[in-house]
Design a protein around this ligand. Structure first.
Ligand code: FES
Ligand code: FE2
Length: 346
């Protein structure tokens, strides 16, 4: 069972002239834009002989089934059946409430009547902001979505997984970590003072030693807001309110982590950084490094999932079943509990 809510189902810039067929939360959907450019999410099967609608094509703002040519409009209503005048009103594909913004397209999972009263969370705050650049993409991952939650709420792993790019040992050894729960949100802050600069901070921020911070906020059901900032050691102790900004050098990361099936996940990622974070002639190199970080995590997720499934009996329930908990697990344990509670409440 999954928590109800708005889930990212596509990147805004993914929708072109072809319908996209995709599983989200174990439900097959077809995603497309209607004649007015509005995104549409329907159940991915024709009311007639059940061919997935994603096998069809877009014709004049309608979705035409690829088998006998039934045509659907954005509401999911079939409005044309070739060779006959009569279109029964019950020729209606199930449709999902949809929203678009922040570079993403969202589908509402749960009772459609609840969608209007639930705002889409504001996560990707720097997307489209003046003076900021954003890169984005969708990464399919062969793991249960909770393994991604674990990762994003414990950024100590930068020391070991991203040790040649954004992390070094100080990130795990010398951080002051605080975990706060605010309603259904979990906020983990990690502050490191007077530590050696990791590669990107040295290369692009120009630091030798530095003060550095990381903030992750978990926003149910599937969003992660991450802020990274840094400044010269001479700036003095890092005040708590500093962790929300970038100070001299930093960037933000936004993830929509949407379960695909039980043990596969869509990672809809966006990374925003101030234009000043990277010289114009090094943007390609900079972006490549940030994307490499995503693949370093992917390698871990998929290896974990294989390990979980290999070794029974724990593997059968697909759970991590850790033998011990460590201090760094505090944030992810809180987030897992919240998500579990929300999933049971559906
Ligand atoms: S299956 Fe879609 S038109 Fe027949
Ligand atoms: Fe990571």
């Amino acid at each position: 069972m999954y928590a109800k809510g708005w889930y990212v189902c596509a990147m805004s810039d993914e929708l072109g002239n072809e319908p996209i067929g995709r599983m989200i939360l174990e439900q097959p959907v077809v995603i497309w834009r209607d004649g007015a450019g509005k995104p549409v999410v329907l159940e991915d099967r024709c009311v007639h002989r059940r061919l997935p609608l994603s096998k069809g094509r877009l014709v004049d703002g309608r979705l035409q089934c690829g088998y006998h040519g039934l045509e659907y409009v954005g509401s999911g209503q079939c409005v044309r059946i070739p060779g006959q005048d009569n279109v029964p009103p019950r020729a209606q594909a199930k449709s999902y409430p949809v929203a678009e913004g922040q570079g993403w397209i969202f589908a509402w999972i749960g009772d459609p009547a609840d969608a209007a009263a639930t705002p889409v969370p504001n996560v990707a705050e720097k997307v489209g902001a003046p003076g900021w650049r954003t890169i984005r993409g969708r990464l399919p991952i062969k793991c249960n979505h909770l393994l991604v939650l674990d990762n994003l709420l414990d950024l100590s792993h930068l020391a070991y997984v991203h040790g040649t790019i954004t992390g070094n040992v100080a990130v795990a050894e010398n951080a002051r970590v605080e975990t706060k729960v605010n309603g259904n949100r979990v906020r983990v802050t990690r502050v490191m003072e007077d530590v050696e600069a990791a590669m990107m901070y040295a290369e692009f921020g120009g630091f030798d030693r530095l003060n550095r911070w990381q903030l992750t906020e978990y926003i149910p059901p599937c969003y992660y807001f991450i802020n990274n900032g840094s400044e010269q050691v001479s700036a003095g102790p890092v005040a708590p309110e500093r962790v929300d900004g970038q100070a001299e050098w930093g960037f933000q990361v936004y993830h929509g982590i949407t379960p695909e099936n039980r043990n596969t996940t869509h990672q809809f990622w966006q990374i925003s950084y101030p234009e000043s974070a990277c010289p114009a002639n090094r943007l390609a190199e900079f972006d490549d490094l940030l994307i490499k970080v995503l693949y370093e995590d992917l390698y871990v997720y998929e290896a974990q999932q294989e390990s979980i499934e290999l070794i029974g009996p724990e593997g059968r329930d697909g759970e991590v079943n850790p033998v011990i908990a460590i201090n760094a697990d505090a944030g992810l344990n809180q987030a897992r509990q919240i998500l579990q509670r929300l999933s049971r409440a559906v």
